[in-house]
Write a protein that binds this ligand. Structure first.
Ligand code: CU
Length: 195
């Protein structure tokens, strides 16, 4: 990935001793891919899944969003912080949920936002800093994960059944696989991107 050019904003640039690299494609030391959103796309029983009471956090720190990809349940609170000494201008570029655009000055109150419809996934950009881009995946149920620094993911508490599991990466797109889970059982699934 190329280094991010923050020269247009010294208050952003001086927060980094060495330039940050874009997080669009992050390959882990073990050769796996980070920031892939994984979820059950189809096959769950018709049920209402309650969102957790705890919010999911999105920080603006060093003039990038952290985390780069996040999953959240529909109806769950998204808590947004600005840890930077500069203004940010959040732009939720959602298509299913209403899009919105709000500025957040330094040391401002945290923002709390809710997305009420499933949408996997849409970018969060910043109208001040064109390099800022994270991705938000809104799931209708709690069975989702984002691959981390070893490329793995885990979906806990899934009821028995046959499911379509989808992997979504911002650049490499969508992959689907079918998985059958026996009662009380566990199953593993590997996705691979590339040629
Ligand atoms: Cu910004």
């Amino acid at each position: 990935m190329p280094a991010i050019d923050m020269a247009s904003n010294p208050n952003c640039e001086r927060q980094h001793k060495t330039p940050l690299k874009a997080e669009t494609v992050v390959v882990n030391p073990n050769g796996t891919l980070r920031y892939v959103f994984i979820w059950i796309k189809d096959g769950l029983p018709k049920a209402r899944w309650n969102p957790p009471a705890e919010p999911v956090r999105l920080d603006q720190s060093g003039c990038v969003y952290a985390p780069h990809v996040l999953g959240i349940m529909q109806g769950q609170q998204l808590e947004i912080l600005n840890s930077d000494p500069v203004n940010h201008d959040l732009h939720a570029e959602s298509k299913v949920n209403p899009a919105w655009n709000e500025s957040q000055p330094p040391r401002a109150e945290h923002k709390f936002k809710v997305f009420n419809a499933a949408e996997v996934m849409f970018p969060m950009t910043c109208n001040v800093h064109p390099w800022m881009r994270s991705w938000i995946a809104v799931s209708p149920h709690p069975f989702f994960a984002v691959t981390g620094s070893d490329g793995s993911f885990r979906l806990n508490g899934v009821p028995p059944g046959t499911y379509t599991i989808e992997a979504v990466h911002e650049q490499f797109g969508r992959k689907q696989a079918t998985l059958t889970l026996a009662p009380g059982g566990a199953a593993t699934l590997d996705f691979s991107y590339g040629s």
